[in-house]
Write a protein that binds this ligand. Structure first.
Ligand SMILES: *Cc1c(COP(=O)(O)O)cnc(C)c1O
Length: 448
């Protein structure tokens, strides 16, 4: 028997050992529930979650995620004739509301709500707009790009010839002159900017205009920035030349983890929606769709304030970190116009070490490649990515960011014992258990 395993073998062995303690499937199920509860207690209530791709959902969104409608099957497009199954009239109501709410939130003509994640959203775009063998230009990972647009993800799966968008490694900005030169030479069918490390708006107008020269299309993969875009706190790619905006609903958009597709041109509708159904989904989790619809309504009502405070908190956190001796990127441009702060932590042992040390103090972040790192530094990069979505939704503002920076500096700069910092993190975090900017709790008290 082969012993090849992609997962951590000790983690699987632990699970097996737990199962070997009993022959009772009921107890096995109980162990699953207990692990879920442990996570809710620790990550849900006791941690400062500063992971950039993560957002807490509102009580209503959570409730809908376990609702009865999630057990129903509704393949296909909305409407009596379009569905394969009868009995879907209320599901049609929910889905139609979701589509219209997404269109309102993103100020666009078309939206699709059915994909489980942005990986699939990007795959839908590649399926709809390219043929195997076509050339595309996308952002590479050391620049902040994402695997979904690279050889190892959906773009590669489509069999595309992928050319890197040139960038300046010092400033992490697109090198527009080089882009124009290389673009004219290879004439990519589509150009996809998808940034997982994202501090400032991208030159969408300039790049789209250059693509026009050879009839290329510009796609904005806004997985991370979707909430900021809906809340009008970033750029508005669909009004700046992008023909499609893709987004993950579980990042700044603060909804259930989902993929969203937004566009304006009716000529794209058939190809894009054909890629959704029947290519990528059949049943598409209508509970998730209902939750997404409510998250979109929350964005329309609260997005501007919520996302505005997220950006203020990023700037404040970056400044407070720098004042305490932790170097932060983007100082000359005000550190950040997004939900992210990128710190250079090589003097404290690098991103991997630092992220794990901070987690011992209940502060959750992730390692990240930064300028100066090589692609092969992937496992042990020099940077740390920090996000302000969750702490903002808990009602925190600028002064609280100084408190968080102080916790981090005690671990990293002063070398304090992580257990003693963890104690103070708990005292700070435990009283804060309500999520704001939603219809359950409205705005935080200080903002009303
Ligand atoms: C997170 C991310 C994705 C993938 O999103 P999922 O919703 O997790 O599938 C795609 N593109 C970029 C740029 C991302 O950061």
């Amino acid at each position: 028997m082969s012993t090849f395993e992609v997962h951590d073998v000790d983690a699987l062995a632990n699970a097996r050992a737990i199962m070997n303690l009993t022959e009772s499937p009921r107890e096995w199920a109980g162990e699953v529930v207990k692990a879920v509860d442990r996570n809710a207690e620790w990550r849900g209530k006791s941690c400062l979650n500063l992971l950039a791709p993560e957002a807490p959902t509102s009580p209503t969104v959570r409730r809908l995620l376990s609702s009865e409608i999630g057990t129903r099957a509704a393949e296909g497009h909305i409407g009596r004739v379009n569905r394969w199954f009868a009995g879907t009239q209320h599901i049609d109501e929910v889905e139609a509301l979701c589509v219209e709410l997404l269109k309102t939130a993103f100020r666009c003509n078309y939206a699709d709500h059915r994909l489980m994640g942005s990986m699939l959203g990007n795959l839908a775009v590649y399926h709809a707009l390219t043929e195997p063998g076509d050339t595309v230009m996308t952002a590479s990972q050391p620049f902040g790009g994402h695997s979904s647009n690279r050889h190892d993800g959906p773009a590669g799966f489509r069999g595309l010839n992928i050319v890197d968008i040139p960038y300046n490694p010092e400033t992490l900005e697109v090198d527009l002159d080089e882009f124009a030169k290389l673009g004219r030479q290879v004439q990519p069918k589509i150009v996809v900017m998808g940034m997982s490390m994202t501090l400032f708006p991208l030159p969408v107008r300039e790049m789209s205009k250059i693509c026009d020269e050879w009839g290329g299309k510009f796609i904005f993969d806004g997985a991370h920035q979707a909430g900021l875009i809906a809340g009008k706190q970033f750029q508005d790619p669909l009004n700046e030349g992008a023909v499609i905006l893709t987004g993950s609903a579980g990042k700044t958009f603060s909804g259930p983890q989902s993929g969203m597709l937004m566009w304006n041109d009716p000529d794209l509708t058939e190809a894009l929606t054909d890629a959704v159904f029947p290519v990528l989904v059949a049943t598409h989790q209508v509970n998730r769709v209902a939750a997404l619809a409510v998250a979109a309504a929350e964005m329309v009502e609260y997005g501007q304030f919520y996302m505005g405070q997220i950006v203020k908190n990023s700037k404040a956190l970056a400044k407070a970190l720098e004042e305490r001796g932790i170097r932060v990127l983007g100082a000359s441009r005000g550190y950040s116009e997004s939900h992210q702060v990128i710190a250079d932590v090589r003097q404290f042992g690098g991103g991997l070490e630092v992220a794990h040390r901070l987690a011992e103090a209940n502060i959750v972040t992730n390692k990240n490649l930064i300028p100066g790192d090589q692609p092969e530094d992937w496992d042990r990069p020099s940077g740390l990515r920090i996000g302000t979505i969750e702490v903002t939704r808990l009602g925190m503002r600028e002064a609280d960011m100084a408190t968080i920076a102080e916790f981090m500096a005690r671990v990293l700069v002063k070398g304090e014992d992580t257990k003693s910092v963890q104690k103070d993190v708990l005292d700070f975090r435990l009283p804060l258990q309500d999520f704001y900017y939603n219809f359950d709790h409205g705005m935080p008290g200080w903002a009303q």
